[in-house]
Design a protein around this ligand. Sequence first.
Ligand SMILES: Cc1cc2nc3c(=O)[nH]c(=O)nc-3n(C[C@H](O)[C@H](O)[C@H](O)COP(=O)(O)OP(=O)(O)OC[C@H]3O[C@@H](n4cnc5c(N)ncnc54)[C@H](O)[C@@H]3O)c2cc1C
Length: 419
Amino acid sequence: MNQKQQKEKYDLLVIGGGPSGMMAAGVAAENGKKVLLLEKNSELGKKLKITGGGRCNITNATYDVRSFLLKFGDAGKFLHSTFSQFDIRDTFTFFESRDLPMKIEPGNRAFPKTEKALDVFKVMEKYIDHKNITVLKNCSVEKISVAKQKGVVNSVETNKGIYVADNYIIATGGTSHPETGSTGDGFGWLEKIGHSVHTTSPNIVPLKVRDKWVKSLSGTSLSDIKITFSVNNKRIFSRTGKILFTHFGISGPLILNSAHRVSDMLHEGIVTATIDTYPKIDIGVLEKNILGIFDENKNKSFKNIIKQIAPNGLTQTILDLNIIKDPEVKVHSVSKEQRKELANALKSLSMQIVDLMGMDRAVVSGGGIPLEEIDTKTMRSKIFSNLYLTGDILHINRPSGGYSLQLCWTTGHVAGTLQ
Ligand SMILES: Cc1cc2nc3c(=O)[nH]c(=O)nc-3n(C[C@H](O)[C@H](O)[C@H](O)COP(=O)(O)OP(=O)(O)OC[C@H]3O[C@@H](n4cnc5c(N)ncnc54)[C@H](O)[C@@H]3O)c2cc1C
Protein backbone atom coordinates (compact mmCIF):
# COMPACT_ATOMS: atom_id res chain seq x y z
CA MET A 1 0.00 0.00 0.00
CA ASN A 2 1.57 3.36 -0.97
CA GLN A 3 0.07 6.83 -1.01
CA LYS A 4 -1.72 6.19 -4.29
CA GLN A 5 -3.07 2.93 -2.95
CA GLN A 6 -4.11 4.45 0.38
CA LYS A 7 -7.87 4.38 -0.06
CA GLU A 8 -8.80 4.72 3.58
CA LYS A 9 -8.73 8.19 5.07
CA TYR A 10 -7.18 8.03 8.51
CA ASP A 11 -7.93 10.37 11.36
CA LEU A 12 -4.80 9.23 13.15
CA LEU A 13 -1.50 7.61 12.25
CA VAL A 14 0.46 6.16 15.19
CA ILE A 15 4.13 5.35 14.74
CA GLY A 16 5.30 2.65 17.16
CA GLY A 17 3.42 -0.32 18.59
CA GLY A 18 4.79 -0.16 22.14
CA PRO A 19 2.58 0.35 25.22
CA SER A 20 2.01 4.07 24.66
CA GLY A 21 1.29 3.71 20.93
CA MET A 22 -1.13 0.83 21.49
CA MET A 23 -2.94 2.72 24.25
CA ALA A 24 -3.26 5.82 22.04
CA ALA A 25 -4.50 3.82 19.05
CA GLY A 26 -7.09 1.98 21.17
CA VAL A 27 -8.49 5.12 22.76
CA ALA A 28 -8.79 6.89 19.41
CA ALA A 29 -10.56 3.89 17.85
CA GLU A 30 -13.00 3.68 20.78
CA ASN A 31 -13.82 7.32 20.09
CA GLY A 32 -14.71 6.48 16.52
CA LYS A 33 -11.47 7.57 14.84
CA LYS A 34 -9.95 5.64 11.95
CA VAL A 35 -6.43 4.69 13.01
CA LEU A 36 -3.36 3.39 11.19
CA LEU A 37 -0.69 1.91 13.48
CA LEU A 38 2.77 1.41 11.95
CA GLU A 39 5.32 -0.88 13.62
CA LYS A 40 8.71 -1.70 12.16
CA ASN A 41 9.04 -5.05 13.96
CA SER A 42 7.19 -8.16 12.88
CA GLU A 43 5.45 -8.07 16.28
CA LEU A 44 4.01 -5.39 18.55
CA GLY A 45 5.12 -4.67 22.12
CA LYS A 46 8.50 -6.37 21.98
CA LYS A 47 9.82 -4.35 24.94
CA LEU A 48 6.58 -4.62 26.90
CA LYS A 49 6.91 -8.40 26.78
CA ILE A 50 10.26 -8.30 28.66
CA THR A 51 9.32 -5.73 31.28
CA GLY A 52 9.83 -6.42 34.97
CA GLY A 53 11.92 -9.51 34.22
CA GLY A 54 8.96 -10.97 32.32
CA ARG A 55 6.51 -10.10 35.15
CA CYS A 56 5.73 -6.50 34.05
CA ASN A 57 5.68 -3.92 36.79
CA ILE A 58 2.61 -2.35 35.23
CA THR A 59 2.35 0.76 37.45
CA ASN A 60 3.18 2.05 40.89
CA ALA A 61 0.23 2.05 43.29
CA THR A 62 1.00 5.47 44.75
CA TYR A 63 -2.57 6.60 44.16
CA ASP A 64 -2.05 10.17 45.27
CA VAL A 65 -1.02 11.81 42.00
CA ARG A 66 0.85 14.60 43.75
CA SER A 67 3.09 12.09 45.56
CA PHE A 68 3.41 10.01 42.39
CA LEU A 69 4.56 12.97 40.32
CA LEU A 70 7.20 13.96 42.90
CA LYS A 71 9.18 11.01 41.53
CA PHE A 72 9.59 12.78 38.17
CA GLY A 73 11.57 15.73 39.55
CA ASP A 74 11.21 18.91 37.48
CA ALA A 75 9.09 17.16 34.85
CA GLY A 76 6.42 16.38 37.45
CA LYS A 77 4.99 19.90 37.43
CA PHE A 78 4.08 19.60 33.76
CA LEU A 79 2.12 16.40 34.24
CA HIS A 80 -0.71 17.30 36.63
CA SER A 81 -3.22 18.04 33.88
CA THR A 82 -2.16 14.91 32.00
CA PHE A 83 -2.66 12.70 35.06
CA SER A 84 -5.95 14.43 35.92
CA GLN A 85 -7.31 12.70 32.81
CA PHE A 86 -5.87 9.22 33.32
CA ASP A 87 -4.18 8.32 36.58
CA ILE A 88 -2.95 5.30 38.51
CA ARG A 89 -6.46 4.20 39.55
CA ASP A 90 -7.52 4.42 35.90
CA THR A 91 -4.70 2.04 35.01
CA PHE A 92 -5.96 -0.43 37.61
CA THR A 93 -9.50 -0.11 36.27
CA PHE A 94 -8.34 -0.43 32.68
CA PHE A 95 -6.54 -3.72 33.24
CA GLU A 96 -8.70 -5.24 35.96
CA SER A 97 -11.87 -4.62 33.94
CA ARG A 98 -10.20 -6.56 31.15
CA ASP A 99 -9.75 -9.62 33.35
CA LEU A 100 -6.21 -8.88 34.45
CA PRO A 101 -6.26 -8.65 38.26
CA MET A 102 -3.27 -6.96 39.83
CA LYS A 103 -1.28 -7.37 43.01
CA ILE A 104 0.91 -4.93 44.88
CA GLU A 105 4.40 -5.72 46.09
CA PRO A 106 6.77 -3.75 48.36
CA GLY A 107 7.51 -0.25 47.11
CA ASN A 108 3.92 -0.08 45.75
CA ARG A 109 5.02 -1.98 42.67
CA ALA A 110 1.94 -3.32 40.89
CA PHE A 111 2.12 -6.50 38.81
CA PRO A 112 -0.48 -8.64 37.08
CA LYS A 113 -1.45 -11.47 39.47
CA THR A 114 -0.41 -13.94 36.79
CA GLU A 115 3.09 -12.37 36.90
CA LYS A 116 3.24 -12.49 33.12
CA ALA A 117 4.18 -9.50 31.00
CA LEU A 118 2.72 -11.44 28.10
CA ASP A 119 -0.72 -11.21 29.72
CA VAL A 120 -0.39 -7.42 29.86
CA PHE A 121 0.55 -7.45 26.20
CA LYS A 122 -2.45 -9.65 25.40
CA VAL A 123 -4.81 -7.12 27.00
CA MET A 124 -3.31 -4.39 24.82
CA GLU A 125 -3.37 -6.61 21.74
CA LYS A 126 -7.07 -7.30 22.28
CA TYR A 127 -7.74 -3.62 22.95
CA ILE A 128 -6.41 -2.62 19.55
CA ASP A 129 -8.10 -5.49 17.76
CA HIS A 130 -10.78 -3.02 16.68
CA LYS A 131 -12.57 -2.45 13.40
CA ASN A 132 -11.29 1.14 13.32
CA ILE A 133 -7.61 0.15 13.58
CA THR A 134 -5.36 -1.05 10.79
CA VAL A 135 -2.03 -2.42 12.01
CA LEU A 136 0.89 -2.60 9.61
CA LYS A 137 3.85 -4.61 10.91
CA ASN A 138 7.30 -4.70 9.29
CA CYS A 139 6.58 -1.12 8.32
CA SER A 140 9.49 1.15 9.17
CA VAL A 141 8.94 4.89 9.09
CA GLU A 142 11.90 6.60 7.51
CA LYS A 143 10.93 10.25 7.27
CA ILE A 144 8.29 12.72 8.36
CA SER A 145 7.28 15.57 6.04
CA VAL A 146 5.95 18.80 7.47
CA ALA A 147 4.63 22.15 6.31
CA LYS A 148 6.45 24.28 8.84
CA GLN A 149 4.70 27.56 7.93
CA LYS A 150 1.34 25.94 8.51
CA GLY A 151 2.68 24.10 11.56
CA VAL A 152 1.41 20.70 10.46
CA VAL A 153 2.74 17.25 9.65
CA ASN A 154 1.83 16.27 6.08
CA SER A 155 2.83 12.62 5.69
CA VAL A 156 5.22 9.86 6.69
CA GLU A 157 7.51 7.91 4.38
CA THR A 158 8.02 4.23 5.10
CA ASN A 159 9.62 1.21 3.49
CA LYS A 160 6.10 0.37 2.28
CA GLY A 161 5.14 3.75 0.88
CA ILE A 162 3.85 7.12 1.99
CA TYR A 163 0.96 7.44 4.44
CA VAL A 164 -1.23 10.41 5.21
CA ALA A 165 -3.55 11.15 8.13
CA ASP A 166 -5.15 14.14 9.82
CA ASN A 167 -3.17 13.58 13.01
CA TYR A 168 0.07 11.82 13.95
CA ILE A 169 1.41 10.30 17.16
CA ILE A 170 5.08 9.51 17.50
CA ALA A 171 5.44 6.68 20.02
CA THR A 172 8.79 5.27 18.93
CA GLY A 173 10.26 5.05 22.45
CA GLY A 174 13.76 5.88 23.67
CA THR A 175 17.02 4.07 23.04
CA SER A 176 17.27 1.45 25.79
CA HIS A 177 17.42 -2.21 24.67
CA PRO A 178 17.60 -1.24 21.00
CA GLU A 179 17.08 -4.86 19.94
CA THR A 180 13.40 -4.39 20.83
CA GLY A 181 13.03 -1.74 18.12
CA SER A 182 13.61 1.35 20.29
CA THR A 183 16.49 2.76 18.28
CA GLY A 184 15.72 6.43 18.82
CA ASP A 185 14.35 7.00 15.30
CA GLY A 186 11.81 9.53 16.54
CA PHE A 187 14.53 11.76 18.00
CA GLY A 188 16.15 12.20 14.58
CA TRP A 189 12.90 13.15 12.84
CA LEU A 190 11.79 15.48 15.61
CA GLU A 191 15.12 17.29 15.69
CA LYS A 192 15.00 17.76 11.92
CA ILE A 193 11.55 19.32 12.02
CA GLY A 194 12.42 21.79 14.79
CA HIS A 195 11.97 20.12 18.18
CA SER A 196 14.89 20.04 20.59
CA VAL A 197 16.19 16.73 21.84
CA HIS A 198 18.04 16.33 25.13
CA THR A 199 20.92 13.96 24.53
CA THR A 200 19.95 10.41 25.40
CA SER A 201 21.99 8.34 27.83
CA PRO A 202 21.36 5.18 29.81
CA ASN A 203 19.34 6.22 32.85
CA ILE A 204 17.92 3.36 34.87
CA VAL A 205 20.93 1.12 34.33
CA PRO A 206 23.35 -1.18 36.21
CA LEU A 207 26.83 0.01 37.18
CA LYS A 208 30.10 -1.32 35.83
CA VAL A 209 32.80 -2.32 38.36
CA ARG A 210 36.23 -3.84 37.74
CA ASP A 211 37.08 -5.08 41.26
CA LYS A 212 37.60 -8.82 41.19
CA TRP A 213 35.77 -9.47 44.47
CA VAL A 214 32.60 -7.98 42.99
CA LYS A 215 32.74 -10.13 39.88
CA SER A 216 33.46 -13.25 41.91
CA LEU A 217 30.11 -12.70 43.64
CA SER A 218 28.21 -12.80 40.34
CA GLY A 219 24.69 -14.10 40.96
CA THR A 220 24.71 -13.27 44.69
CA SER A 221 22.31 -10.75 46.15
CA LEU A 222 22.66 -9.01 49.51
CA SER A 223 19.65 -7.60 51.33
CA ASP A 224 19.51 -4.87 53.98
CA ILE A 225 22.88 -3.41 53.13
CA LYS A 226 23.85 0.24 52.89
CA ILE A 227 25.77 1.49 49.90
CA THR A 228 27.50 4.86 49.99
CA PHE A 229 28.64 6.60 46.81
CA SER A 230 31.61 9.01 46.98
CA VAL A 231 33.54 11.13 44.51
CA ASN A 232 37.25 11.54 45.21
CA ASN A 233 36.58 10.15 48.70
CA LYS A 234 33.88 12.75 49.44
CA ARG A 235 30.58 11.14 50.45
CA ILE A 236 27.74 12.15 48.10
CA PHE A 237 24.79 9.90 48.97
CA SER A 238 23.79 6.58 50.54
CA ARG A 239 20.97 4.12 49.93
CA THR A 240 19.84 1.07 51.90
CA GLY A 241 18.28 -2.08 50.44
CA LYS A 242 19.19 -5.01 48.24
CA ILE A 243 21.96 -5.21 45.65
CA LEU A 244 22.65 -7.81 43.06
CA PHE A 245 26.19 -8.73 41.99
CA THR A 246 26.69 -9.56 38.31
CA HIS A 247 29.60 -10.54 36.11
CA PHE A 248 30.01 -6.89 35.09
CA GLY A 249 29.26 -5.10 38.37
CA ILE A 250 26.20 -4.31 40.46
CA SER A 251 22.50 -4.12 39.73
CA GLY A 252 19.02 -4.40 41.31
CA PRO A 253 16.40 -1.66 41.82
CA LEU A 254 18.49 0.20 44.41
CA ILE A 255 21.41 0.47 41.98
CA LEU A 256 19.26 1.16 38.90
CA ASN A 257 17.67 4.06 40.72
CA SER A 258 21.06 5.44 41.79
CA ALA A 259 22.52 5.38 38.27
CA HIS A 260 21.28 8.80 37.26
CA ARG A 261 23.18 10.49 40.12
CA VAL A 262 26.22 8.25 39.69
CA SER A 263 26.30 9.27 36.03
CA ASP A 264 26.81 12.92 37.04
CA MET A 265 29.42 11.93 39.63
CA LEU A 266 31.46 10.05 37.04
CA HIS A 267 32.14 13.41 35.35
CA GLU A 268 33.52 14.83 38.59
CA GLY A 269 36.19 12.30 39.59
CA ILE A 270 36.82 8.81 40.88
CA VAL A 271 33.59 7.24 42.08
CA THR A 272 33.66 4.61 44.80
CA ALA A 273 30.82 2.65 46.33
CA THR A 274 31.25 1.35 49.86
CA ILE A 275 29.08 -1.40 51.24
CA ASP A 276 28.11 -1.61 54.90
CA THR A 277 26.85 -5.13 55.45
CA TYR A 278 25.60 -4.29 58.98
CA PRO A 279 24.04 -0.83 58.63
CA LYS A 280 21.78 -1.23 61.68
CA ILE A 281 24.63 -1.49 64.19
CA ASP A 282 27.71 0.66 64.71
CA ILE A 283 31.23 -0.68 64.49
CA GLY A 284 31.64 -0.96 68.28
CA VAL A 285 28.60 -3.25 68.55
CA LEU A 286 29.78 -5.31 65.57
CA GLU A 287 33.21 -5.76 67.19
CA LYS A 288 31.50 -6.92 70.40
CA ASN A 289 29.32 -9.36 68.45
CA ILE A 290 32.38 -10.79 66.70
CA LEU A 291 34.16 -11.10 70.04
CA GLY A 292 31.13 -12.98 71.42
CA ILE A 293 31.22 -15.43 68.52
CA PHE A 294 35.00 -15.88 68.94
CA ASP A 295 34.61 -16.54 72.67
CA GLU A 296 32.04 -19.24 72.05
CA ASN A 297 34.18 -20.95 69.41
CA LYS A 298 37.72 -20.50 70.78
CA ASN A 299 39.01 -23.84 69.59
CA LYS A 300 37.42 -23.90 66.16
CA SER A 301 39.24 -22.83 63.04
CA PHE A 302 38.51 -19.34 61.70
CA LYS A 303 37.33 -20.90 58.43
CA ASN A 304 34.61 -22.79 60.27
CA ILE A 305 33.08 -19.82 62.04
CA ILE A 306 33.29 -17.16 59.30
CA LYS A 307 29.73 -18.07 58.25
CA GLN A 308 28.50 -16.78 61.59
CA ILE A 309 30.18 -13.43 60.97
CA ALA A 310 29.87 -12.60 57.27
CA PRO A 311 26.46 -12.30 55.57
CA ASN A 312 25.38 -15.19 53.39
CA GLY A 313 27.34 -15.26 50.16
CA LEU A 314 30.17 -13.06 51.41
CA THR A 315 32.23 -15.61 53.35
CA GLN A 316 34.70 -16.34 50.57
CA THR A 317 35.07 -12.60 49.84
CA ILE A 318 35.99 -11.97 53.48
CA LEU A 319 38.43 -14.90 53.50
CA ASP A 320 39.99 -13.60 50.29
CA LEU A 321 40.77 -10.28 51.99
CA ASN A 322 43.55 -12.18 53.78
CA ILE A 323 43.03 -10.32 57.04
CA ILE A 324 43.67 -13.68 58.65
CA LYS A 325 46.31 -15.24 56.43
CA ASP A 326 45.71 -18.86 57.44
CA PRO A 327 41.98 -19.65 57.52
CA GLU A 328 42.76 -22.88 59.42
CA VAL A 329 44.07 -20.88 62.37
CA LYS A 330 42.26 -21.46 65.69
CA VAL A 331 40.01 -18.58 66.64
CA HIS A 332 41.80 -17.99 69.98
CA SER A 333 44.93 -17.05 67.99
CA VAL A 334 43.22 -14.25 66.06
CA SER A 335 44.53 -10.91 67.35
CA LYS A 336 42.46 -7.96 68.52
CA GLU A 337 43.77 -5.92 65.56
CA GLN A 338 42.69 -8.61 63.11
CA ARG A 339 39.24 -8.70 64.74
CA LYS A 340 38.96 -4.93 64.36
CA GLU A 341 40.08 -5.16 60.74
CA LEU A 342 37.43 -7.80 60.13
CA ALA A 343 34.72 -5.56 61.57
CA ASN A 344 35.99 -2.67 59.46
CA ALA A 345 35.84 -4.75 56.30
CA LEU A 346 32.25 -5.80 57.01
CA LYS A 347 31.31 -2.13 57.48
CA SER A 348 33.18 -0.80 54.44
CA LEU A 349 33.74 -3.07 51.46
CA SER A 350 34.86 -0.77 48.73
CA MET A 351 34.68 -0.91 44.94
CA GLN A 352 35.32 1.55 42.14
CA ILE A 353 32.48 2.37 39.76
CA VAL A 354 34.05 2.75 36.35
CA ASP A 355 31.00 3.43 34.20
CA LEU A 356 27.30 2.92 33.64
CA MET A 357 26.38 -0.13 31.61
CA GLY A 358 25.24 0.64 28.07
CA MET A 359 21.85 1.07 26.43
CA ASP A 360 21.66 -2.68 25.89
CA ARG A 361 21.17 -3.12 29.63
CA ALA A 362 19.33 0.10 30.43
CA VAL A 363 15.68 -0.05 31.49
CA VAL A 364 15.08 3.50 30.40
CA SER A 365 17.19 6.02 28.51
CA GLY A 366 17.39 9.56 29.84
CA GLY A 367 16.92 12.50 27.49
CA GLY A 368 14.36 13.09 24.77
CA ILE A 369 11.91 15.84 23.89
CA PRO A 370 11.54 18.44 26.69
CA LEU A 371 8.04 18.85 28.10
CA GLU A 372 8.32 22.62 27.60
CA GLU A 373 7.73 21.91 23.89
CA ILE A 374 4.55 19.90 24.52
CA ASP A 375 1.10 20.98 25.63
CA THR A 376 0.87 18.35 28.35
CA LYS A 377 -2.90 18.77 28.67
CA THR A 378 -3.23 17.13 25.26
CA MET A 379 0.31 15.77 24.58
CA ARG A 380 0.25 17.85 21.40
CA SER A 381 3.45 19.40 20.05
CA LYS A 382 3.56 23.17 20.48
CA ILE A 383 5.16 23.43 17.04
CA PHE A 384 2.89 21.15 14.98
CA SER A 385 -0.83 21.27 15.70
CA ASN A 386 -1.54 17.72 14.44
CA LEU A 387 1.41 15.99 16.11
CA TYR A 388 1.35 14.24 19.52
CA LEU A 389 4.16 12.57 21.47
CA THR A 390 3.90 9.76 24.03
CA GLY A 391 5.93 7.45 26.27
CA ASP A 392 9.70 7.11 26.40
CA ILE A 393 10.31 9.68 23.68
CA LEU A 394 9.66 12.37 26.29
CA HIS A 395 12.42 13.76 28.49
CA ILE A 396 11.22 12.68 31.93
CA ASN A 397 13.66 11.35 34.50
CA ARG A 398 12.06 8.71 36.68
CA PRO A 399 12.92 5.84 38.97
CA SER A 400 12.16 2.19 38.30
CA GLY A 401 9.06 0.77 39.98
CA GLY A 402 6.28 0.98 37.36
CA TYR A 403 6.63 4.72 36.76
CA SER A 404 7.69 4.37 33.12
CA LEU A 405 4.75 2.24 32.05
CA GLN A 406 2.30 4.45 33.93
CA LEU A 407 3.69 7.35 31.88
CA CYS A 408 2.98 5.33 28.75
CA TRP A 409 -0.60 4.52 29.79
CA THR A 410 -1.29 8.15 30.74
CA THR A 411 0.38 9.96 27.86
CA GLY A 412 -0.94 7.37 25.37
CA HIS A 413 -4.47 7.73 26.70
CA VAL A 414 -4.43 11.52 26.67
CA ALA A 415 -2.84 11.77 23.20
CA GLY A 416 -5.29 9.20 21.83
CA THR A 417 -8.25 11.41 22.69
CA LEU A 418 -6.93 13.87 20.06
CA GLN A 419 -8.08 17.02 21.85
C1 LIG B 1 14.39 -4.76 30.25
C2 LIG B 1 13.35 -3.70 30.54
C3 LIG B 1 12.46 -3.88 31.58
C4 LIG B 1 11.52 -2.89 31.87
N1 LIG B 1 10.65 -3.11 32.88
C5 LIG B 1 9.74 -2.15 33.19
C6 LIG B 1 8.78 -2.37 34.23
O1 LIG B 1 8.67 -3.46 34.80
N2 LIG B 1 7.94 -1.33 34.53
C7 LIG B 1 7.99 -0.13 33.88
O2 LIG B 1 7.22 0.77 34.22
N3 LIG B 1 8.84 0.07 32.85
C8 LIG B 1 9.70 -0.90 32.49
N4 LIG B 1 10.55 -0.71 31.44
C9 LIG B 1 10.42 0.52 30.64
C10 LIG B 1 9.25 0.37 29.63
O3 LIG B 1 9.37 -0.84 28.94
C11 LIG B 1 9.23 1.55 28.67
O4 LIG B 1 9.03 2.72 29.42
C12 LIG B 1 8.11 1.40 27.61
O5 LIG B 1 8.23 0.23 26.86
C13 LIG B 1 8.12 2.60 26.66
O6 LIG B 1 7.02 2.45 25.81
P1 LIG B 1 6.88 3.32 24.48
O7 LIG B 1 5.52 3.07 23.97
O8 LIG B 1 7.27 4.72 24.73
O9 LIG B 1 7.97 2.74 23.49
P2 LIG B 1 8.61 1.30 23.21
O10 LIG B 1 8.10 0.28 24.12
O11 LIG B 1 10.07 1.55 23.16
O12 LIG B 1 8.04 0.99 21.76
C14 LIG B 1 8.40 1.75 20.63
C15 LIG B 1 7.97 1.00 19.42
O13 LIG B 1 8.20 1.82 18.27
C16 LIG B 1 8.71 1.03 17.22
N5 LIG B 1 9.49 1.86 16.32
C17 LIG B 1 10.64 2.52 16.58
N6 LIG B 1 11.08 3.16 15.49
C18 LIG B 1 10.17 2.92 14.51
C19 LIG B 1 10.08 3.29 13.13
N7 LIG B 1 11.04 4.01 12.54
N8 LIG B 1 9.01 2.87 12.41
C20 LIG B 1 8.03 2.09 12.99
N9 LIG B 1 8.10 1.69 14.27
C21 LIG B 1 9.14 2.11 15.03
C22 LIG B 1 9.60 0.02 17.96
O14 LIG B 1 9.86 -1.10 17.18
C23 LIG B 1 8.78 -0.27 19.20
O15 LIG B 1 7.91 -1.35 19.00
C24 LIG B 1 11.48 -1.70 31.11
C25 LIG B 1 12.37 -1.54 30.04
C26 LIG B 1 13.29 -2.53 29.75
C27 LIG B 1 14.22 -2.33 28.59
